[in-house]
Ligand binder design. Structure first.
Ligand SMILES: Nc1ncnc2c1ncn2[C@@H]1O[C@H](COP(=O)(O)OP(=O)(O)OP(=O)(O)O)[C@@H](O)[C@H]1O
Length: 375
């Protein structure tokens, strides 16, 4: 039945199920400033989906449009096949968890979670029973009679989650919910959030500017910049196969090297770097002979050796080594003003050969490590 409705409206259907959210050609303008420029994307049912991008890229605006707190200037938003962009927020089966947990300070934890249910017309007894179940889900049952100020920041955020999940929304929106927590707690909460999403089966749409958070939790990630969608994919796609300069640079650390393409044949591109160093890399669509583009190579996909380990080894002079705890980062200068960063694991099994500043080392690439970028 639902599927038919989706098809009738021309919605995209994934694995024979209607998407939780379909955003079609959505534009948001504030006066003459365009915060979102024609965004189209689909979020699958039961997915942990993340909107990732730097401050001001429009991710909160998009989230607020889904929630109904912000009008859509142009375009359409569908929830399980039904058009919702004209519905007021309280008519959408969607809930939001904010960065500041916004708990009622005078109420107990149990009452905080039950409050929204009672407002929706549930009996006090039913609301309290459901609130109790939700507190069990976030492992806070033992604190149900405490007040919010008697809980840690992480515990308060879990109460806010329990409260948002209590009415069984079809979609839960999470606007940087971990950013008020300290680093250790934030890391622990990543696993909890992911578990919670799996257990409840509710579609989560998570907003963050923290790429590590996005990579660790998400089924898929939409990378945004300046009101535009830059890339949509799973964590490995966007980390290992960035589609452009912005994504390569924003996600993790990378070497962005200027190259010129000398030839393209049988799926391989022959390129050269500034100092004339030649390399053969996977070709990408839209980058042909004569193109001057950037190539992205992750530092951890490079390793150093004394002698050349193949025709594509590049010789460089070590400028500095930096101890980064888990890794050792080595910066090297190549001819032609090219600089390359290499990361070696600081472990018994890792690359323990440390070259001293001034020494010549050969830089070798793991297969498939270099990625040409179309723009
Ligand atoms: N009410 C408003 N009026 C005018 N401009 C706005 C309004 N709300 C947001 N903007 C602008 O729209 C752009 C996107 O804002 P948005 O809050 O969506 O960014 P964001 O990616 O969530 O950033 P952050 O991570 O800092 O929250 C910004 O340039 C912002 O200044």
């Amino acid at each position: 039945m639902r599927q038919k409705a989706g098809r009738r409206k021309g919605m995209q259907v994934t694995d024979d199920r209607i998407n939780a959210i379909d955003i079609r050609n959505a534009v948001k303008r504030y006066g003459d400033f365009t915060a979102l420029k024609t965004i189209s994307l689909s979020i699958r049912d039961n997915e942990f989906f993340t909107l990732l991008g730097p401050s001001g890229c429009g991710k909160t605006t998009l989230l607020r449009m889904i929630a109904g707190f912000e009008d859509v200037t142009e375009g359409e938003i569908f929830l399980f096949g039904d058009e919702i962009e004209k519905l007021p927020p309280n008519r959408r089966p969607i809930n939001t968890v904010f960065q500041n947990y916004a708990l009622f300070p005078m109420m107990t934890i149990l009452d905080n979670v039950a409050f929204g249910l009672e407002m929706k017309g549930e009996s006090k007894a039913a609301a309290r029973k459901r609130a109790g179940e939700m507190l069990e889900l976030v492992q806070l049952s033992q604190f149900s009679s405490r007040k919010p100020s008697q809980l840690s920041g992480g515990q308060q955020q879990r109460v806010a989650l329990a409260r948002a999940l209590a009415p069984s929304p079809k979609v839960l929106l999470l606007d940087e919910p971990l950013s008020a927590l300290d680093l250790k707690l934030r890391q622990a909460m990543r696993f909890e959030l992911k578990e919670l999403q799996r257990e409840t089966g509710i579609t989560f749409i998570f907003v963050t500017h923290d790429q590590e958070e996005a990579l660790t939790m998400s089924d898929r990630i939409a990378v945004m910049s300046a009101g535009e969608l830059q890339q949509l994919g799973d964590a490995r796609d966007i980390y290992e196969r960035p589609s452009n300069m912005f994504v390569a640079d924003f996600i993790g650390e990378t070497n962005l090297l200027e190259v010129e393409v000398d030839a393209v044949e049988a799926g391989r591109a022959q390129v050269h770097l500034g100092g004339g160093h030649q390399l053969s890399v996977d070709a990408v669509e839209g980058v042909g002979k004569g193109a001057k583009v950037h190539m992205s190579v992750r530092p951890e996909r490079l390793y150093l050796s004394e002698g050349a380990e193949g025709p594509e080894s590049l010789a460089g002079t070590v400028r500095a080594n930096m101890f980064v705890g888990t890794d050792i980062q080595t910066l090297l200068d190549l001819d032609g003003g090219v600089q390359i960063s290499v990361r070696s694991s600081n472990s018994e099994r890792g690359n323990k050969r440390v070259f001293e500043p001034g020494q010549i080392a050969h830089i070798n690439m793991e297969q498939g490590a270099a990625r040409l970028l179309a723009d």
